[in-house]
Ligand binder design. Structure first.
Ligand SMILES: Cc1ncc(COP(=O)(O)O)c(C=O)c1O
Length: 401
């Protein structure tokens, strides 16, 4: 509608101010593009954009310029050719499995102690769709090789640092193994973030993030993203046109803004986690501390090598001495600063009880098999002053002893 001046007040209220010509100035920060659709010079133009013979936007389920900006930033940080953004980390994991070929009659090998929803996605949903899933200890390369060989798997899925047991996967060796058996390596890099480690540089095929966590970092956006090759990106894009797990422009904008401070936040979070882990190890009221930065951690040396002195992540897990679920709950309720809220990777210190939250969908037997006891809590250190975090943990430990 070119000229509105002769239209009624009601019509002008609807159309005035819209579809102004593209600006010839460049904003410093990426704008939010909340439009669902686009108009074109002509129907031939529309046809050319749909046919991909001319660049252009089509429909918000496909993408938006804001989501594309976030994707290009993630691709840059992960050293990828391209990235595809999603409305959540789970949407991204599901999409990566589909893009890598998971269909009835195929097999997937995955790490046993993956995030609870990933575990259930594999063992319930994909299994019910006819996909065979075999879960193994991904730190045991011989067991991974046997599983790949026996199942003829097309996908190997692992987390760089696992949730919540913080096992560190030997991604370079796993990539070689996967490719030897013609499987794609899918790496959930949520806990490490590209600040610590970039799996594509070591042969991974798809790098997946719950961008809800470290990439966004402020606990105010739900997002997922996959960094990969251009060929895989095109596959993901076409699949997403059908499945519609698209990241909205508002969330994309928040995620992109959060991403800018990733290195600053991660540096502080790694330092805080290291200090807290070392402190907890000395506490008689704590039975066990799991953190890759502790020399006693089974993959400490591997983590040192892979993360090249940048730190060991911002998450640690620990067991309160003699704790059952009730005692773990009382400890969490006694905390004043660390927030007993679902999620991790935020600027705020967050604590969860995996057995009743992140791994709630697992049966008690499954949790026992994975190694998640009732007294285990998982702390994601924020960027607060570490002395305040320590004081909070100390008073909460005292209150439950
Ligand atoms: C390692 C890991 N991957 C994936 C997810 C799922 O991400 P989202 O909650 O954004 O769907 C989570 C969530 O906690 C996670 O911890």
């Amino acid at each position: 509608m070119k000229d509105l001046s002769r239209k009624s007040f009601q019509t002008r209220a609807v159309h005035a101010g819209e579809r102004v010509p593209p600006a010839d100035y460049t904003p410093v920060t990426t704008p939010i593009w909340p439009t669902v659709g686009y108009i074109y010079e002509s129907m031939d133009d529309l046809d050319a954009v749909f046919a991909k013979t001319k660049p252009g936007q089509i429909y918000l389920r496909y993408t938006s310029p804001t989501a594309m900006a976030f994707e290009s930033a993630v691709a840059s940080l992960e050293g990828a050719e391209a990235a595809q953004a999603y409305g959540s980390g789970m949407a991204a994991i599901h999409a990566a499995l589909l893009a890598a070929g998971a269909r009835a009659g195929t097999s997937i090998v995955a790490a046993l102690d993956v995030y609870g929803a990933t575990f259930t996605l594999l063992t319930n949903l994909f299994t019910s769709l006819g996909v065979d899933t075999r879960l193994v200890d991904a730190t045991n390369l011989a067991a991974v090789e046997t599983a790949l060989k026996e199942t003829n798997a097309i996908i190997l899925l692992v987390e760089t640092i696992s949730n919540p047991l913080l096992k560190v996967a030997d991604i370079p060796s796993l990539a070689k193994l996967a490719h030897r058996y013609n499987a794609s390596l899918l790496v959930d890099n949520t806990f490490a973030s590209p600040y610590l480690f970039r799996p594509l540089e070591y042969g991974a095929d798809y790098v997946i993030h719950s961008a809800t966590k470290y990439l966004s970092g402020h606990g105010d956006v739900m997002a997922g993203v996959i960094a990969t090759s251009t060929e895989n990106k095109n596959r993901l894009f076409d699949l997403n046109k059908l499945t519609g797990g698209t990241l909205g422009p508002f969330e994309a904008w928040l995620a992109l803004r959060g991403l800018k401070t990733l290195p600053l936040r991660m540096r502080q979070q790694c330092q805080n986690a290291q200090r807290v882990a070392e402190w907890l190890e000395k506490q008689p009221r704590v039975a066990r501390v799991i953190y890759p930065g502790l020399p006693g951690h089974p993959q400490h040396e591997l983590a040192e090598k892979l993360f090249a002195d940048k730190g060991f992540g911002g998450v640690l897990s620990f067991e309160i001495a003699g704790a059952d679920r009730a005692k773990a709950f009382r400890f969490m309720e006694a905390l004043q600063l660390c927030l007993p809220a679902t999620s991790l990777g935020d600027i705020y210190s967050l604590i969860v009880h995996p057995a009743s939250s992140s791994h709630r969908t697992l049966s008690a037997e499954e949790r026992a098999r994975v190694g998640i006891p009732e007294g285990l809590v998982r702390l994601s250190t924020g960027i607060e002053d570490v002395e305040d975090i320590l004081a909070d943990l100390e008073q909460a430990l005292e209150s439950v002893s």
